[in-house]
Design a binder for this molecule. Structure first.
Ligand code: AMP
Length: 198
């Protein structure tokens, strides 16, 4: 099962993807996590991405496409994966389709978590607060000012990715404003159609 989570930053993509990892034993591929690891390790990709991420802008398509194309070749992604935070541009979506086509594979479903944008800033403030309470480092890009840039990047480049999948009949819209468990149930319901069809 090859899934994509779409939705603005703070919509709950990471949380819901992690729940599916446990249920279906397929990996969650988060470009944000991979880039943060590259920044922490000080790799050449990390050095290129650091300032862009801290400003809440998008890392270049070349870099993220390269990361994902390599990652889906790993053995643990052979039978499926859950993409979280990728694709964020139509160019990324097209590159993913092309990479999968070579392997005679395709995306099974794109789940879009819909949340009113005016609710997102509050969510991000809460996420930062929760990290602080757990004694974890707060993401620099969860700063409310940087977050506004991330939202603007979403509206400019990423909002048109959902229609890309809609055209292919792969898009399912989920109300991401419901309680977390209810969102999970809605996702399970949507997935049951592809699970029963094989
Ligand atoms: P996330 O953890 O998904 O919110 O991503 C954090 C940051 O990493 C984003 O604000 C971007 O700077 C960068 N990033 C993650 N995924 C992508 C992507 N698919 N395309 C471009 N930039 C990305």
């Amino acid at each position: 099962m090859r899934l994509i989570f779409l939705g603005p930053p703070g919509a709950g993509k990471g949380t819901q993807a992690r729940r599916l990892v446990e249920k279906y034993s397929i990996p969650q591929l988060s470009t944000g996590d991979m880039l943060r690891a590259a920044v922490a390790a000080g790799t050449s990709i990390g050095l290129k991405a650091k300032a862009v991420m801290e400003a809440g802008q998008l890392v270049s398509d070349d870099i993220v496409i390269g990361i994902i194309v390599d990652r889906i070749e790993e053995p643990d992604a052979h039978d499926g994966f859950i993409l979280d935070g990728f694709p964020r541009t139509v160019a990324q979506a097209e590159a993913l389709d092309a990479a999968l086509k070579i392997k005679s594979q395709k995306i099974d479903m794109a789940l879009e978590l819909k949340v009113d944008h005016d609710k997102l800033v509050n969510r991000i403030v809460n996420r930062a607060e929760e990290s602080r309470t757990r004694g974890e480092e707060v993401r620099k890009d969860d700063d409310p000012e940087v977050f506004k840039n991330r939202l603007a990047a979403y509206e400019r480049d990423t909002a048109i990715v959902a229609p890309y999948y809609k055209k292919q009949g792969l898009l399912v819209e989920i109300d991401g404003q419901q309680p977390i468990d209810v969102v999970t149930e809605s996702i399970q319901k949507a997935l049951s159609s592809i699970l029963t069809n094989g």
